[in-house]
Design a protein around this ligand. Structure first.
Ligand code: HEC
Ligand code: HEC
Length: 272
């Protein structure tokens, strides 16, 4: 895809910080307005039992009756290893991170967006999930990584990102040169639980952790705990991170995707 196509997709782009944040989808789905209880409540226990335990298991081990033939497996919550975080590699997630995942779901898996539950119900299960892992008793999540103000997705930025993807950090070894998740190391990847895992196919556009530029930026900055997807926190400046983000987004090929999920992403649908 030519950078101009990406630029037109980002047609709503604005240089003012406030509207840039809006476009990047920072505002929605945070749990700020929702009160997340600090202890397990009856409502939380009941909600978990009714809506989550069939997959995630009574004790959060990811071994519910529906889990058997499922891949990717429902998360085993006992290790405190969460993929989708704003916090650094190896850290526990914040409550807001967990709330966001429950609300957004995990595309490309059986984990649906739980919008049939009220925000209070979604918040109520968070202490239940945390109670399955000792990690939350002995540690606190680190502070979220700082996401600087986004660069504009210019041709130069995208070209710079391509160099990082292909030469500096060799993302293609897992994700493939065209981003189809078919690099030379792709077949041998396993998660920490011993299950096979595929490097993400960027062309589909249905990012598991969210489709905004900020989401993409966060995924390779924080890594996905419990998976072979490493954190590239130390290797890149903030500016290089935005370049890589826009290059990764330029690999999305909506015309080849049978799903339309990516259209929900404001930054993608902006100019279409
Ligand atoms: C039909 C099965 C199913 C049900 C029911 C289900 N989940 Fe999931 N869930 C999954 C799968 C599968 C994944 C892993 C997706 C992946 O990693 O690609 C997952 C992942 C998650 C994660 C991701 C954590 C992370 O960042 O790594 C959270 C949180 C979660 N589920 C919470 C819930 C809650 C809360 C409920 C009940 C309201 C629920 N799930 C119900 C299948 C299910
Ligand atoms: C060792 C193999 C490996 C390397 C190297 C690698 N990745 Fe990944 N990456 C993965 C795997 C495996 C996943 C999928 C995890 C999942 O589905 O839970 C992933 C997921 C991702 C995601 C999350 C997509 C989503 O669904 O939200 C992004 C973004 C990403 N990688 C970007 C990169 C970038 C950029 C680089 C280079 C700087 C890179 N990766 C290098 C293995 C790798």
């Amino acid at each position: 895809m030519k950078p101009t196509v990406l630029l037109s997709k980002v047609g709503l782009w604005s240089t003012t910080a406030a509207s840039a944040l809006l476009i990047l989808g920072v505002a929605p789905m945070t749990a700020k307005a929702v009160n997340i209880p600090t202890a397990v409540t009856e409502e939380g226990k009941n909600t978990y039992k009714k809506y989550c335990s069939a997959c995630h298991g009574e004790e959060g081990k990811g071994d519910g009756p529906l889990a058997r033939s499922m891949l990717p497996k429902p998360r085993d919550f006992t290790r405190g290893a969460y993929k989708f975080r704003t916090t650094p590699s190896g850290s526990l997630p914040t409550d807001e991170d967990i709330f966001r995942t429950i609300s957004y779901g995990v595309p490309n898996s059986t984990m649906i967006p739980w919008d049939i539950l009220t925000e209070e119900q979604r918040a109520s299960v968070i202490p239940v999930l945390k109670s399955f892992s000792e990690a939350f008793e002995v540690r606190k999540p680190d502070s979220p990584v700082s996401v600087g103000l986004p660069l504009r997705p210019t041709e130069r930025a995208i070209a710079e990102g391509k160099k990082i993807y292909e030469e500096k950090l060799e993302c293609w070894k897992c994700h493939g040169v065209e981003g189809r998740g078919d690099g030379p190391s792709a077949a041998e990847q396993e998660d920490d639980f011993g299950f096979p895992i595929k490097p993400f196919d960027f062309t589909t556009g249905k990012f598991k952790g969210g489709n905004s530029a900020q989401d993409v930026y966060l995924r390779f900055t924080t890594g996905l705990n419990g998976t072979p997807m490493p954190s590239f926190a130390k290797e890149l400046t903030d500016e290089q991170r935005w370049c890589l983000t826009y290059y990764v987004m330029s690999l999305i090929k909506p015309e080849e995707s049978t799903h339309k999920h990516h259209l929900k992403c404001p930054i993608i649908s902006g100019g279409e």
